[in-house]
Structure formats: C-alpha cells, structure tokens
Design a protein around this ligand. Sequence first.
Ligand code: XMP
Length: 533
Amino acid sequence: MAYLDYSKDSFTNASEVPFMDREMVIVLDFGGQYNQLVARRVRECNVYCEIYSYKTPIEKIKEMAPKGIILTGGPNSCYEEDSPTYSHELFELGVPVLGLCYGAQLMQYILGGKVEKADFREYGKTEVLVDTSTVLFHNVLPSTTCWMSHYDYISQLAPGFVSTAHTEHCPVAAAEDVSRKLYAIQFHPEVLHTHEGSRMLYNFVRGICGCAGDWEMGSFVEQSITAIREKVGDGKVLCALSGGVDSSVAAVLLSKAVGDQLTCVFVDHGLLRKNEGDEVEAVFGPDGNYDLRFVRVNAQERFYAKLAGVTEPEKKRKIIGEEFIRVFEEEAKKIGAVDFLVQGTIYPDVVESGLGGESAVIKSHHNVGGLPDYVDFKEIIEPLRNLFKDEVRQVGLKLGIPEYLVYRQPFPGPGLGIRIIGEVTAEKVRIVQDADAIYREEIANAGLDRSINQYFAALTNMRSVGVMGDERTYDYAVALRAVETVDFMTAEAARMPWDVLNKVMNRIINEVRGVNRVFYDISSKPPGTIEFE
Ligand code: XMP
C-alpha cells in the first residue's frame, strides 16, 4: 500500500500550537482504518487525544510530553522491510505505551519478540479469555467478545512480557510488561464490536497513564481559542460560511478567538432552503450574535442565469461549484490578501477524501477538493479536523450557537439545484422551497426532526392533470424523501406516520401554487441515492 506523505497541512490545526498544562494521550497512526475512533474513545474518557503519523520524530513526541501513547493497527506485516516502524526509543521514554493489533505486533517485534503469519486469518467477533487480573482488564469479564482482524500473530513474546489473554486460535491476545508500562492488545478495543473495549481504553488512560480525566468539549473550545489566537496574532482571516453546522462552528470558534480580524463570506446562490439566507444573516450579520465581519453576496440571478437550460445533474453540480468559486473569488479580491483561510473540514471529510494520514482512501468526497488556489492566503486553519460530527455539535452548543443551527440536517453544497429534477428556474426554486418548508415544519410538529437523519422535498419534473375546485390543473408533482441512516452510504426510507404524510400533502397542495400531486419516496439506498440527482 502506498503511504500518503504527511504534508504540513495534515497537521495544520490546533495541534500545532502547544497547549500548556494539558494532559494528553497521543495516538501514533500506522495506517489502520479505525484510528480516529481510538482518539474518540480516549476523548470519551475525558482525556484529550490527538493523532500523529508514525513518522513523527521522537523529539517532537518528547516535546509534547504525552501521558500515554497508543500505537494503532495497520495493514502491513511488521517484519517486512518497508513496513511502517518506529525506533525502540519510543518504548524507553517511561511513558505507558499501548499497541493495538499491528501496533501490538510491532511493539513485540521491535523489542525482540517474534511475529509470524498464521495459518488462517482471525477475523470478526471472537471470544477472548482473560488469563490474569491486570489493570488493563480491570472490571472486564473473564470471557469477553472482541473484534479481531489479523493474519499475523505474536508467536513469541519479547523478553519481559507476559501473556494476559488468549483466544482459541491466538496464544497472545494481550500481553504486558508492567515494569516498563508496555501493553499489547491483538484485537481492536476502539470498535463497538469489542463489547468492553471502552472499559479497556479507560483502564489504560485513567488507570495506567494516570490521567485525571478533567478534559471536556468546553476545554477543547478554550484550548482551541487560545491556540488560534497565538497562531493568528494580528493576521487577517477569511471564512466561506455556508450556514451549515461545520462552517458555522468553525466561524464562531474563530470569531471568539480573533473577533473582527475574521471576515465571513456567505454566498446566497438562490438554491438555499426557504428563508435560510436571512436566517444565516440574522445569526452572523451585523445584528447577530458574533463579533466578525459578515459579507452576504446575493448571487441568485447569476446562478439562475448559468443554470438556464441545463438538465444534466453532474453538469448542474459543476456549474454551481464553479460559479461559487467565481463569486467567492471576487469577494476575496475585494478583501485583498489574507493570512489565513478557515475551513470547516471535519474528520469524516478527511477520511473520505483520503487525506486522513496513513489510512487507505475509502472514497472521494463531493466537496473536499483540496485547497482553493483562487484566494491569496498563507495558511489554512481547520479547527475541527479531528472531530466527528456529533463532537462538532457538542462544540457548537458549548459556543452558544442556536440549537436549530447545531442540529441542522445535512444539506448539499449545490443545494436545491440537485433537488429540482431537470432545469432549475426561479419558479421551481420557489415551489420546492415552499413545499420543503411545510414538510420540515410538520416533521418538527410531529417530534420527528431529531430521529430522521435527512428529510426534504424535491421537485420532480413531472406535470400531470389534476382538479382543483372546478378547474383542470396541469401542475408539478412534489416528492418527499426521509431517510434513516448511520453513515449516509446506505439508507432506509423512514416509516413516516400516515397522518403526518397526509397533513403535509394537504398543506402542500393547498398552500403551494403549481403543485397538484405529492409522492412519498420509499426507495432505499442503494439502489436509490438520498438526493434525487
Ligand atoms: P447521496 O445522494 O449520494 O447523498 O446518497 C449522500 C449524502 O451526501 C449529500 N450529498 C452532497 N453533499 N454536495 C454535498 O455537499 C453534493 O454534491 C452532494 N450530493 C449528495 C446528501 O445530502 C447526503 O447527505
């Protein structure tokens, strides 16, 4: 597997600035798929945690003075020449080290143990039998279900280590050398399939590393603000604000740190939900809650003109994306050179776009296309780069951002442009905006707004005959979509109560001019997608 080179940008976040007096555990990334989950589980123990490449020099690790170090899994075999490795100094710092899967094997290999290819791969949920009472397995059942994913196994322990757990096929499921504070686990405690994995990581960071566990999202906010202030100094900062959760949280964090050194440009492309432009302006604009410079660009007509006559979905996406860049570029030129550009990138974007350090590319994402080269800036700031969506929402609440913004459902960059099948016109935008507003209102009235992951109205390009009063109509059909999903990669249609659907249908047909039919889309993904285009 090819390893991504850790460019400076990979670390351009709060972690570059040392947080004084901070208790931190670091995760060294050896290319596993679950690495951010490890960090997240540690943060769930109220201990701050960041991920660094296995290429991070020992000097930098010493400087950071972590309370503990966790080595992640990875796809390689540690005994092969080009496999990621680390110098044995790492194990001589006197800092507790926990190796997971590849990290466990590597620890054994470097310290004189033996790792070999097994006759068969141990994969999936596996019963692990704990052999001795140890701090790592404190309060863990003697037989506990764990997630295994390995071909290689530790066939001989390094001197000083004792085995503490095994499985039917794996003699060393866990091992430790307490005197050197070194711990190895063959399975993955970070995934939920390992039933007591969080307990084991808690035992490591709180019991073995001795972390006090006084970190919480509020500390993240304070520490980030301090770090951003130090980094930005009296520099100028520019942010493209979409009104979505991520860019809103990033903007507020920056505004708390550097006030009106921050300019937020909000492009209203005319494809937003009903009243959304005004809502964003009410929160971030001059009469809003934050100290920042807010620029709203009303570019609706420009976008509609560019989209006239275009029906092909990908072409629409491309036009909207390019026009957005053009508008933003014009505004950026008016502001002149800036020192920093803020992006609301969050961890799932990083993984999906293959920028996530050592792990393999999973898929390319719609919006993370690299750095915009059309803005004159020196450096990029991505304060949320290490966080999962629900953690970003917690940060948003800590920052006092209104709940309706924090819990906003996902909304695609190209907006209603991909929820209007066929050509986009101002009239169609009005129809879909009005229908969608009714749908959202009724879902909220029914108390379903937090349980359905994404829901919206779309405008089919179909017109059909109906009757309204005594009149013949020839109007559009609106489609309602509502999905339940964990990862947005697969989804099921939500089982919407009939009375809610009925009410929405009645209201849309009575209140939205130009609509005479309402459909409810029951397709799952796959074969459907969540959006219509
Ligand atoms: P699909 O339609 O691919 O949607 O099932 C999955 C998730 O991605 C969102 N989506 C987009 N987001 N730009 C975006 O920013 C896009 O072009 C785009 N297309 C889909 C969609 O809303 C859903 O959450």
